[in-house]
Design a protein around this ligand. Structure first.
Ligand code: SF4
Ligand code: SF4
Length: 271
């Protein structure tokens, strides 16, 4: 399902997984509290709208570092927790409790191979490619802005940087060890066609972002936020209108996209 990202199929997996995690953590806290051990849980995500992360992309709690110090894995170049079994293809929820439990040893061996596939394939180029740093310098705003678009298109979240990571035994289970497929694409290839098939239905097209293969810098020359020849579309303007309406800065239907942009002076514009 993750292989199809960005797609409604992955959205469904993501939401199902998150709901299950929150419910399990809630139930666990309830049992622990009933037994006299004060406990609370931190839900997986802690923000009301993706636009808030665009303004301030910092979480109130790090599930990644909680999982690292629980001895579940190591932090990779892509800022996720890599686990031996599933690489970064995991979701976490945390329970904080007064119950005394024997600790688990930290994973000492760094699981990230520093292959930089995550950085090379990120559709927004959010990571700097720097072989000397263990954890990549990441532009979280680029990532959050892209996610705002994915949300509008019913294709949230992205997850390409976890999809392409070679770490994890799940690669063998799914016979998915061919990493080179993420760096080039062939439209005649059956796998590419089935990926497109899964994306075509149930969600909106991503006009502004990834026009070709989602995981290739080589095959994806269209950078986030800029279309071919810098042409604009109604959806670009509508995104900002919706945002300002939500923030109470303008009234609903005060502006329509054609009020605030034109392609008229772009030489590539065809009426
Ligand atoms: S989630 Fe997507 S956009 Fe964000 S850093 Fe990962 S690959 Fe890049
Ligand atoms: S894709 Fe490579 S560099 Fe990125 S987190 Fe995984 S192992 Fe590390």
């Amino acid at each position: 399902m993750l292989e199809t990202t960005p797609s409604i199929i992955y959205t469904t997996l993501y939401e199902t997984c998150n709901t299950e995690l929150d419910q399990l953590a809630y139930q666990l806290c309830r049992i622990l509290n009933q037994k006299g051990h004060s406990s609370i849980f931190m839900p997986r995500d802690g923000y009301g709208h993706i636009s808030i992360l665009v303004d301030e992309p910092t979480a109130s709690f790090s599930q990644v570092y909680a999982a690292k110090y629980a001895g579940l894995g190591t932090v990779g170049y892509n800022h996720t927790l890599l686990t031996p079994q599933y690489g970064p293809r995991v979701r976490f929820v945390s329970v904080l409790t007064s119950l005394k439990i024997p600790g688990t040893r930290l994973v000492k061996e760094q699981l990230c191979t520093h292959c930089l596939m995550c950085a090379k394939c990120c559709p927004t180029h959010a990571f700097e490619i720097d072989k000397s740093s263990k954890i990549g310098s990441m532009n979280k705003i680029k990532c959050a802005e892209y996610h705002a678009q994915l949300r509008e298109a019913y294709r949230f979240p992205c997850g390409v940087c976890i999809k392409v990571c070679p770490v994890g035994k799940d690669r063998e289970l799914y016979e998915s060890n061919n990493m080179s497929k993420y760096l080039s694409y062939d439209k005649e290839n059956q796998e590419y066609q089935s990926w497109k098939h899964c994306q075509r239905y149930g969600s909106k097209p991503l006009e502004n972002a990834v026009n070709h293969h989602p995981t290739s810098r080589v095959a994806c020359p269209v950078r986030f936020g800029v279309r071919d020849h810098a042409l604009l579309a109604d959806s670009d303007a509508q995104f900002w209108i919706d945002w300002l309406v939500k923030d109470g800065k303008i009234k609903e239907e005060q502006f329509k996209p054609s009020d605030i942009y034109t392609n008229q002076f772009n030489p590539y514009y065809e009426k």
